[in-house]
Design a protein around this ligand. Structure first.
Ligand code: PRP
Length: 182
């Protein structure tokens, strides 16, 4: 059995992801020149993007991690967001960049932005690798977007289905037969 056989179509190859993440890193490096941004990764989906993005930024940065959960094992957001793991450090007075793998309904970030703003950072921007604007139900937009994508169920490069496929080096569309049978 191979994880690759459940993929209908490769949406972004390893090379395309690498190139786009480098561009985002260059853009953030230019925008934050002279500052020391704190990158906050929203686990678990963003862990691979975070690792590559931070290495594409040539500034002093700090990193911290937060885990929230809203999806359970299904493909549709339940709308319930819960903090599973909070940040380790204070964000007061920091220039935050929230790093996400995907912005879908906007529910997760809508909630997180409220929580983070209350802690009084100097600024907050959102950097998402993937954006699915047609699915949005909350007024959230990202400041940095890797790719604007259609409404397909995608996995790989950190994104999962039922906690699997995160380790695919590319982003692919999952065969509907994989989740229709569950
Ligand atoms: C995914 C993703 C975002 C969120 C986006 O996380 O990482 O955090 O969903 O969807 P939304 O805009 O509709 O809120 P998920 O809950 O699947 O957890 P994971 O990061 O552990 O995969």
């Amino acid at each position: 059995m191979s994880i690759h056989q459940d993929i209908e179509q490769v949406l972004y190859t390893e090379e395309e992801l690498r190139r786009r993440v480098k561009e985002l890193g260059r853009q953030i490096t230019a925008d934050y020149a002279g500052r020391e941004p704190m990158l906050v990764s929203v686990l678990r989906g963003s862990y691979i993007f975070m690792a590559d993005l931070t290495r594409a930024i040539s500034l002093d940065v700090t990193v911290d991690f937060m885990a929230v959960s809203s999806y359970g094992a299904g493909t549709v957001s339940s709308g319930q967001v819960e903090i599973k793991k909070d940040l380790s450090d204070s964000i007061e007075g920091k220039d935050l960049i929230v790093v996400e793998d995907i912005l879908d309904s906007g529910n997760t970030l809508y909630y997180m932005m409220d929580v983070l703003r209350a802690r009084q950072p100097a600024s907050i921007r959102i950097c998402t690798l993937m954006d699915k604007p047609e699915r949005r139900t909350k007024p959230i937009t990202a400041d940095y977007v890797g790719f604007t994508i259609p409404d397909a169920f995608i996995v790989g490069y950190g994104l999962d289905y039922a906690e699997k496929y995160r380790n695919l080096p590319y982003v692919g569309v999952l065969k509907p037969s994989v989740y229709d049978h569950k």
